[in-house]
Structures are given as C-alpha cells and as structure tokens.
Design a protein around this ligand. Structure first.
Ligand SMILES: Cc1cc2nc3c(=O)[nH]c(=O)nc-3n(C[C@H](O)[C@H](O)[C@H](O)COP(=O)(O)O)c2cc1C
Length: 182
C-alpha cells in the first residue's frame, strides 16, 4: 500500500517541514504503507490554473506537465495525508491550490489530516472538509492536532507529548489501512 504524505506549508521558516518529517517517521515505523513524501514548496505548482477545468480532464491527461506529475503522485497513492497548518481559520492557499489543480483523481481517495497551530488547526480541517465534500475525498475521522506548534519541537527536533501525538498518528494510519483494505 502506498501513502502520499503532502507537506503543505510553503512559508519561509515554516514549522511544517518538521511536522511532515515527523509524520513520515511515524508511517515508516508503522511499516504498513510505503511513503511518497511530497513537499508543496518543492513541487511549486503554479497559481495560474490552466484553461481547461480539471474536472473535465479524464485519465489525468492534463495539458501541463506539472499537473500530470502531480496527478501521478495522487494516482499512485492508495491514501493521502495532508500535513497542514491553519492560516486565518482556514487551510493555506498552497493546499487549496494543490487540490484545485486536479479533479477526478481525488474521487473516493482515503484521506487523513495532520494539523498543527495554536490548537491543532481545527478550522483548517473544517475548511478542508467543506472542499472535500465536493471533490469526494474520503476523509477519515481520527486526526493529529499538534497544539502550540511554536514550542512543540525542542532544539533536538523532538516532539513534546510524543506519546500522545504518536497515538493520534497511529489512529490516522489505522483508519486509512481500514479504508484501503475495505
Ligand atoms: C498568515 C498566518 C495566519 C495564521 N492564522 C492562524 C490561525 O488561524 N490559527 C492558528 O492556530 N494559527 C495561525 N497561525 C499561526 C500558525 O499556526 C504558525 O505560524 C505555524 O507555524 C504555521 O505553520 P508553518 O510554519 O508550517 O507555515 C497563522 C500564521 C500565519 C503565517
């Protein structure tokens, strides 16, 4: 089984890289999924969407190479996890843009959410749920919500309250395995 883990933040000095790497470590420790880790900062998707509506494209036959590349990551994944902060009580523009670049690829895709921020990004997740309803992402109920992200990692890169968050991560992975295995 393949899991696409998407590190969403493209902000200078972002905390997201540490959170994404931590979650990938949890998935690797668990061992049930092979991980494809995509960093949206490196993927660098254009904010100028192509003329053809993504929802009209079949078989991921996109005009732009960047969309074909992004679609391949999503198509090769049995499940997806977005590692996302919350900006102004919503999802970051980078995540919305990455979702908007594709269409049918999202249909029925088992999806997990690893949120972080002041209180674990509840509004970003609610915002994602609204969009997911239209794109037909199949979001699992368990989530990771890392609070007080500015003090969550110490200078050695270790996560405070690790047992608590590792338990949350395992709950997300368990729920995705259940979805994938049916
Ligand atoms: C534009 C902006 C808006 C923010 N709004 C929220 C918010 O609504 N809720 C929250 O918990 N944290 C908010 N924060 C604080 C972020 O949780 C914190 O800066 C976090 O490190 C952002 O993730 P990143 O460093 O990976 O980009 C905001 C940060 C920025 C830059």
């Amino acid at each position: 089984m393949n899991l696409l883990v998407v590190t969403v933040s493209v902000r200078k000095g972002r905390a997201g890289k540490k959170v994404g790497d931590w979650f990938v470590g949890q998935v690797e420790k668990d061992g049930r999924f092979e991980v494809d880790h995509v960093d949206l900062k490196e993927l660098d998707l254009s904010y100028e969407l192509p003329e053809m509506l993504p929802s009209m494209v079949t078989n991921s036959d996109y005009a732009e190479e960047e969309d074909r590349t992004w679609a391949t990551h999503v198509n090769n994944a049995d499940a997806v996890v977005f590692v996302s902060p919350e900006y102004n009580h919503g999802m970051p523009a980078s995540l919305k843009n990455a979702l908007d670049h594709l269409g049918n690829e999202w249909n029925g895709k088992p999806t997990g959410f690893v949120g972080y921020g002041a209180a674990g990004a509840p509004y970003a997740q609610a915002n994602l749920s609204l969009v997911a309803g239209w794109l037909k992402l199949d979001i699992v109920t368990p989530r990771v919500g890392i609070a007080e992200i500015w003090s969550a990692f110490n200078e050695n890169g270790e996560l405070a309250f690790a047992d608590h968050y590792e338990h949350q991560a395992k709950s997300v992975i368990d729920a995705l395995v259940k979805k994938v295995e049916g």
